[in-house]
Design a protein around this ligand. Structure first.
Ligand SMILES: *Cc1c(COP(=O)(O)O)cnc(C)c1O
Length: 360
């Protein structure tokens, strides 16, 4: 069986060593030493001054919306994981979908202005498959209309744009460290902001708003993460460069073998490089996609239709709106298996099956 993804698991002894430390300190959660060390090491790895390690990517999004005091409409993308939209609704705001760019699958900045109303307070955009949004165009619109910007960078661990971390963009950026993501801590999330006051507020929000033994400074939530998750993050960080390098090698092999595949990859941002988080293909038709998926399924090779269906037409708590490009592309996107220990032979086999199915 070949799954679409598999979490990277480090040598168990290395994780075990961290567990011994946890046992000897008897400190297992609430911003312990491993959680602090993970934040320090991530700052260094990502070349950033500020990061908060939180429960998961979804809580990170909710904390971001809360910390920016957003009430009203938030312009967002219909082509993402459900948590992007559900966090907006969860925070009592109204998501307003703006269609995507057909080549990058990211929100199309040219379509944002037409959707701005007097109630628009923010833009929440996803760097889909890790590929940076047009951050400069979005920044300009945000400035002009006085909007906050939040980036859902759940897929963008390690991505840079013009040599700077993608997480420096927006008022707040977040990342997910869930087991299915490129870099993980089992469950986990990161929040980034360059604004020191906002960072302070986010760190209060993370811990119930507690400012002292008997004082509260903010409306907060439990956004903390544990020493066990931090330990997994710390061990995996040692391997992340190796993980990314191997995944990029696998992607190259797929590209060579699939030269004649009637499909293309999304166009990556010109000032940035792929982090190897996903291997998405835009297939020429949904029929071909379904045919290929069925053939792979029959061989116990599992692909995923990320992201199908479009969020603009599938959430029971929201009405359905037509988004021509997202509706079309969400039907034609297929992510192929990609994980650290996928072998070249397996890649070749998957590619042979795809081409055989396409050509008969
Ligand atoms: C995974 C994901 C999230 C949620 O992250 P969790 O850590 O699983 O809560 C949010 N947005 C996108 C785009 C994701 O892929």
């Amino acid at each position: 069986m070949i799954p679409v993804t598999k979490p990277f698991l480090p040598p168990i002894e290395e994780y075990h060593n961290f567990l011994k430390g946890i046992w000897s300190r008897e400190w297992i959660t609430n911003m312990g030493p491993l959680a602090s060390k993970l934040e320090m090491d991530l700052k260094e790895y990502l070349c950033l001054n500020h990061v908060l390690f939180v429960t998961n990517g979804t809580i990170a999004l909710q904390m971001a919306i809360k910390a920016l005091d957003i009430n009203g409409e938030i312009i967002t993308t219909p082509f993402s994981f459900v948590a992007t939209t559900s966090s907006i609704v969860w925070e009592g705001c109204k998501p307003v979908f703006v269609d995507i760019d057909p080549e990058t699958l990211n929100i199309d900045p040219n379509k944002i202005i037409a959707s701005i109303t007097k109630d628009t307070k923010a833009i929440l955009a996803t760097h889909v498959y890790g590929n940076p949004c047009d951050v400069l165009a979005i920044e300009e619109i945000a400035k002009q209309y006085n909007l906050k910007v939040i980036y859902d960078g759940a897929h963008s661990f390690g991505v840079k744009i013009n040599g700077r971390s993608i997480f420096e963009y927006g008022d707040i950026s977040i990342c997910s460290l869930h087991a299915t993501k490129l870099y993980h801590s089992t469950e986990g999330g990161l929040v980034f902001t360059k604004d020191p006051n906002l960072l302070k507020k986010l760190s209060l929000i993370r811990n119930f708003g507690i400012t002292g033994f008997d004082s509260f400074g903010e409306l907060g939530i439990n956004g903390k993460n544990s020493e066990f998750h931090a330990a997994m993050g710390l061990v995996n960080l040692k391997y992340i460069d190796q993980i990314i390098a191997r995944r990029l090698e696998i992607i190259n092999r797929y590209s060579e073998k699939l030269e004649n595949f009637k499909a293309v990859n999304p166009k990556w941002h010109k000032d940035s490089e792929n982090n190897g988080a996903y291997l998405p293909y835009i297939i020429s038709s949904e029929n071909l996609l379904l045919k290929i998926k069925k053939a792979l399924d029959a061989n116990e090779i599992f692909t995923r239709r990320y992201f199908y269906p479009s969020l603009s037409s599938s959430l029971p708590y929201l009405g359905s709106v037509e988004m021509t490009i997202s509706d079309d592309l969400s039907k034609r996107m297929l992510c192929l298996p990609l994980y650290f220990d996928l072998t070249n032979e397996e890649v070749d086999w998957i590619c042979r099956l795809i081409l055989r199915e396409q050509n008969n």
